[in-house]
Design a protein around this ligand. Structure first.
Ligand code: DC
Length: 225
């Protein structure tokens, strides 16, 4: 691993604001962005398109290993092109998120995606968004953040996001889904969602996006600049 190229890892549960914060941070610093969740979502979407049982760890790992995906940076994060098709909207759907949390629990799938994730460490630096960025994928990252928010606040944010996109949503169902996903992500044996021992914990429940960004930029200033 190229140790001199700085990596900032932002880990945390769904809806903690990681996605938005990582995009803003990467833009501000001129760094590359790794949306690692997109790789698990792509694996699930590709598996569903091939009518594969997502609980099958061997078959889904094969799919993960051979994902033919290209990411293009965009203002709204990244555009994902799978086998020549823009699947950006598909991988953001609830079904892709639920499928991703199933395939992400398979050790062979995680192993299959490891080197691909590390290859994003390119000059001048990388902002890595995920669950195990600071613990497993980039243990030598110079800045590690663990971003959380209460489950209720995260469900509320997701609700507003879906309604804003013109999709239908039910707050109670979203809260149940978030809690189910949290349980799966934190209790799985493969790379469970947990803060790295050297991560800075930030609870964004009562913070604005701008406040969170400022807090992280302070850490970056102290450790990188
Ligand atoms: O961040 P996200 O919602 O796009 O992640 C989708 C799923 O993938 C989620 O259930 C957690 C899982 N995931 C993971 O296990 N490890 C990562 N580094 C990123 C996501």
């Amino acid at each position: 691993m190229a140790l001199s190229i700085p990596v900032i890892t932002i880990d945390g549960p769904s809806g903690s604001g990681k996605g938005t914060i990582c995009q803003l941070l990467a833009k501000k610093l001129g760094y590359h962005l790794l949306d690692s969740g997109a790789l698990y979502r792509l694996t699930a979407v590709a598996g569903m398109a091939q009518n594969v049982d997502l609980h099958d760890d061997v078959v889904t790992a094969e799919i993960a290993r051979h994902l033919n995906v290209v990411f293009h940076p965009a203002d709204s994060g990244v555009i994902a092109v799978l086998d020549g098709q823009d699947v950006t909207a598909d991988i953001r759907k609830e079904a892709a998120g639920m499928g991703a949390s199933v395939v992400a629990a398979h050790i062979p799938v995680r192993d299959a995606l490891l080197e691909r994730q590390r290859s994003f460490q390119q000059a001048p630096g990388l902002v890595a968004d995920g669950r195990d960025m600071g613990t497993t994928v980039f243990p030598n990252a110079v800045v590690k953040v663990f971003l959380t928010a209460s489950a209720e606040e995260r469900a509320e944010r997701r609700y507003k996001q879906l309604i804003g996109r013109g999709e239908s949503a039910n707050l109670r169902d979203l809260l149940d889904d978030i809690k189910a996903r949290d349980t799966r992500d934190t209790e799985r044996s493969a790379s469970p969602l947990k803060p790295a021992s050297d991560a800075e914990l930030i609870d964004s429940t009562k913070m604005s996006i701008d406040d969170v960004l400022k807090a992280i930029l302070l850490l970056v200033e102290k450790r990188i600049n």
